[in-house]
Design a protein around this ligand. Structure first.
Ligand SMILES: Cc1cc2nc3c(=O)[nH]c(=O)nc-3n(C[C@H](O)[C@H](O)[C@H](O)COP(=O)(O)OP(=O)(O)OC[C@H]3O[C@@H](n4cnc5c(N)ncnc54)[C@H](O)[C@@H]3O)c2cc1C
Length: 498
């Protein structure tokens, strides 16, 4: 073993490292007790809890490849047609910038706009109005304010994290590659939290095949990648777009196509392909949902009792196949979208006008046609289009994240009944303990665990609360009891630094 100042293949092959290894290889490292990897909304809410629980900023490092916590979220919402002025999906009290959820976003927007219409909406929903949801911009402004209040930038280290390895004497080494050098930074930490968001884009197999085979990344696009050129093309001449998928992103993309059609008098034709076509109310008796014209409707992406009711309690007790079965039952036919009056009106107009058509089935093939068009074959029928927008998914296997792949290979982590990262009820990654140290994880990578709503603002906060409680039990931070909570809420309201 020679001193190299860098990680060697021999060291990388070993799952457990020691302080002596670091000395022998002359690898410098910094001590920070708590590290969160990712730096998105999940890291942010966890750090927010810990700061409120009394942890100084100097005891926390956020290792992230983005400059502010809402950056990835804003990018994904913007390309999937939710710019700042549009409304997101979650409700008024799901506030990632406010662990108390009060005042709600509706109160904030009412105060700012000097209008009671937001409050009337909340009081009469969902019978007389659609569910009230905040503007994306309202969420970002709140996050910006709270980030400044808790000193987020002081904790942020811009780098791409490569791995978390157990330390022989307890705790972990975390290795990152900083932007613009040096080549490596190594941290020695007792606690590590991982919230790396979506491992990657998932394309429908036939569309992936088309892109690779014909090298055409322009006409077949994913709704989560920039695709403004599609809307721009349609402004120059009439064209046909195939939309695939039936979740909220499909709804947004259709809204954009139809808004443009209405605003600019366009001749856009839309063919919407549903793999699972829902033609009426569906689901088991106690989880019955609205449906029709292909869509499954649900206000939020999970039934509300997932966050604090009967489903939350039930899931917490289930293991293995039983847990997987309840997830399946809850998910119903798969994708769902909120029932919104505007979307209903637009699609009804499209059906009546003959420019919005639906098809049921799976696509057998997509090949190039004449004049730069695409030919999709569905159940023997050939459909010609100028573009295909894939609105089906963002999820990829967790092993596509290099940190999670390494944790599965070297860190003792395993998979849950849905194939994602196996976490305990308090979000510690099972099998990864190292002496008195612990690794926690939150977000979509942990879907399939004891708590179902993990990939939501509220779910990320529930995970953060469990993690903060566990760290308080271990003596790392204070418990957020009634006195601390009230005092801290007042500070939040007055925007006083922690
Ligand atoms: C379009 C869209 C709309 C959504 N709308 C809502 C909504 O209305 N309400 C709601 O409650 N939830 C919503 N969600 C779900 C969820 O709340 C958000 O996606 C949220 O951003 C998830 O937070 P996260 O921290 O898990 O991931 P992110 O916010 O994506 O952050 C993870 C970060 O980790 C970084 N990272 C990954 N690997 C590494 C590495 N090796 N080193 C350094 N950094 C790394 C990534 O670059 C990313 O920036 C929505 C999701 C999407 C995609």
């Amino acid at each position: 073993m020679g001193a190299t100042g860098d990680l060697t293949p021999e060291l990388l092959a070993r799952s457990v490292w020691s302080d002596e290894d670091m000395a022998a290889y002359e690898i410098p490292f910094k001590d920070v007790p708590f590290i969160t990897i990712g730096g998105g909304i999940g890291s942010f809410v966890t750090v927010d809890y810990l700061r409120i629980a009394g942890v100084p900023a100097s005891d926390i490092a956020v290792l992230s490849n983005i400059g502010h916590p809402w950056q990835t979220y804003e990018y994904l919402t913007r390309v999937s047609q939710i710019p700042r002025a549009e409304r997101i999906r979650s409700d008024s009290s799901s506030r990632p910038d406010n662990i108390w959820g009060f005042p709600s976003y509706a109160l904030t927007e009412a105060w700012r706009d000097k209008s009671v219409k937001h409050l009337l909406n909340v009081l009469t929903e969902p019978v007389f109005a659609d569910f009230w949801t905040p503007r994306a911009g309202t969420v970002f402004e709140g996050l910006e304010r709270e980030a400044a209040r808790i000193g987020y930038q002081d904790m942020l280290v811009k780098c791409a994290v490569r791995m978390v390895r157990r330390r022989e004497a307890g705790g972990y080494f975390v290795v990152g590659s900083p932007e613009g050098g040096p080549k490596r930074v190594v941290y020695r930490a007792r606690y590590v939290h991982i919230a790396v968001g979506y491992p990657g884009l998932r394309f429908l197999p036939d569309l992936q095949h088309f892109r690779e085979r014909y090298g055409d990344y322009e006409h077949v696009v994913n709704a989560y990648e920039p695709h403004e050129h599609v809307y721009e093309f349609l402004k120059t001449r009439p064209g046909t777009v195939i939309v695939r998928g039936s979740g909220i992103v499909a709804s947004r993309v259709l809204q954009r196509l139809i808004d443009d059609r209405e605003a600019h008098g366009l001749g856009t034709r839309i063919v919407h392909i549903f793999r699972t076509y829902v033609d009426g109310p569906h689901g088991p008796v106690f989880m019955r949902r609205r449906g029709g014209h292909g869509w499954a409707y649900q206000g939020f992406n999970y039934p509300k009792s997932v966050w604090g009711g009967q489903l939350k309690a039930q899931m917490r007790r289930l293991e293995g196949a039983e847990r997987a079965a309840l997830y399946k039952k809850m998910g119903g036919s798969g994708a769902n979208t909120p029932w919104r009056r505007k979307w209903q009106r637009q699609l009804a107009a499209g059906r009546a006008g003959g420019w919005y058509e639906t098809r049921k089935g799976t696509v057998d093939s997509v090949v190039p046609g004449a004049h730069g068009q695409l030919v999709s074959t569905v159940g023997g029928e050939e459909i010609r289009s100028n573009y295909i927008i894939d609105c089906t998914g963002l999820e990829a296997d967790i092993a596509e994240s290099r940190v999670l792949a390494d944790l599965l290979e070297h860190g003792g982590a395993g998979r849950n009944p849905l194939g994602r990262l196996d976490v305990e009820r308090h979000f510690e990654v099972r099998g990864t303990a190292s002496g008195k140290g612990a690794v926690y994880a939150s977000g979509t990578a942990t879907l399939g665990g004891y708590f179902p709503g993990v990939d939501t603002f509220l779910g990320l906060q529930i995970a953060a609360q469990e993690i903060a409680d566990d760290l308080a039990r271990r003596g790392f931070c204070r418990r957020i009891g009634p006195v601390r909570s009230t005092a801290q809420w007042v500070r939040w309201l007055l925007n006083r630094p922690i």
